[in-house]
Design a protein around this ligand. Structure first.
Ligand SMILES: [Zn+2]
Length: 346
């Protein structure tokens, strides 16, 4: 199967061979279901797969696979096709609301403008509130003419069982660490050591790993390679035994906390790095060669000699608690202070 490179972020799609075969089979047999439910992790290519499928269903030149050249294919690629409808979370809102679904109902009550099959794509479908889901259910029960729905959901347990049972479910599998590393090295010529670190830090998410290696030009506003180095070095410095330090580790911990709290938007990613740090401390007791931050191999081996495993597990508990507090709107500075003070008191 040829994957259309004109759609962005197809990196992960090439590893979804089974899924593509299934979608392809549906197109070839021309049995377009009323609704598809594409589940799986973030950035596994589900949205791209939905448009690829919609092109195949509407192509004017070929039965099944999209030609990429006809008006329909070109309009879908250019995102100008009037019958490709997308419902997504409105910025600043926490749920997809019933009014969004009602508006959709008005649009799809008439025939498609030009498509053989109109697509209604619902991104983050798991974020529909119950009222919205019930409204959608009515549409799935009495499907409008020449229209199919595609629901993309990360967490299907948040969907009503009655919705799930009306969809054909297709699961996108996460990529392995090695697959991600290979993409980064082979296709993007990333440094193998850094590619390995990025792939492990951002488990199963090529897009994120690419951003981290500064390989997404449009998102290259922060030098993540330098950020990670700085953060790991700072954390190692705080956890070093007291006699090897100039400033006290408590001062350093508080300084780090203040720096991190100045950039709340980056905190989630910074927390992911801190997680790899604690994980590496625990791993370096028995399998030092399996740590994530291999460029700090010697430091981790040295430090693990001065710490007990019990203490590291306690820090991990504390990190989970810190994450919980940060997502429940506790004061960032105070929450981070308390975490870094704990790991500074070695
Ligand atoms: Zn075509």
């Amino acid at each position: 199967m040829v994957i259309d490179q004109t759609l962005s972020n197809f990196d992960q799609m090439q590893f979804q061979a089974e899924v593509l075969l299934e979608l392809d089979h549906i197109l070839m047999t021309k049995k377009i279901p009323n609704a598809l439910l594409l589940s799986g992790n973030l950035n596994t290519g589900r949205k791209e797969a939905a448009f690829w499928f919609a092109k195949g269903a509407n192509c004017q030149n070929s039965a099944g696979q999209a030609c990429g050249n006809c008006i329909s294919c070109r309009k879908i690629d250019a995102k100008t096709h009037p019958d490709m409808l997308t419902i997504e979370l409105v910025k600043g809102k926490k749920a997809i609301s019933i009014s969004q679904i009602r508006q959709l109902g008005t649009v799809i009550s008439s025939r498609p403008n030009e498509a053989y099959y109109r697509m209604v794509l619902i991104l983050d479908a798991h974020l529909m509130n119950v009222q919205a889901q019930n409204a959608l259910l009515k549409m799935l029960e009495e499907p409008p003419e020449k229209t199919f729905f595609v629901l993309i959901a990360n967490n299907v347990t948040l969907l009503l069982p009655t919705i799930i049972s009306r969809c054909r479910s297709i699961r996108f599998l996460p990529l392995t660490f090695q697959q991600i590393k290979n993409i980064l090295v082979d296709e993007y010529k990333a440094d193998p050591l850094l590619a390995g670190i990025a792939a492990k830090t951002w488990d199963a998410d090529v897009k994120k790993a690419k951003t981290w290696l500064n390989l997404n030009p449009q998102e290259h506003t922060i030098d993540w390679i330098a950020r990670r180095k700085w953060l790991i070095a700072s954390l190692l410095d705080i956890t070093l035994p007291q006699d090897k330090q100039d400033k006290t580790s408590i001062q350093k911990g508080l300084l780090l906390s203040s720096k991190l709290s100045l950039e709340p938007d980056l905190l989630e990613d910074m927390m992911a790095i801190i997680k790899t740090f604690l994980r590496d401390l625990a791993v370096s007791f028995h399998h030092p060669q399996k740590i994530v931050n291999l460029d700090f191999f010697d430091s981790f081996t040295d430090i693990s000699k001065t710490l007990s495993q019990k203490k590291i597990f306690k820090w991990m508990d504390s990190l989970f608690e810190t994450e919980r507090k940060l997502t429940s709107n506790c004061t960032i500075r105070l929450t981070l202070d308390s975490f870094f003070l704990q790991i500074a008191q070695t």
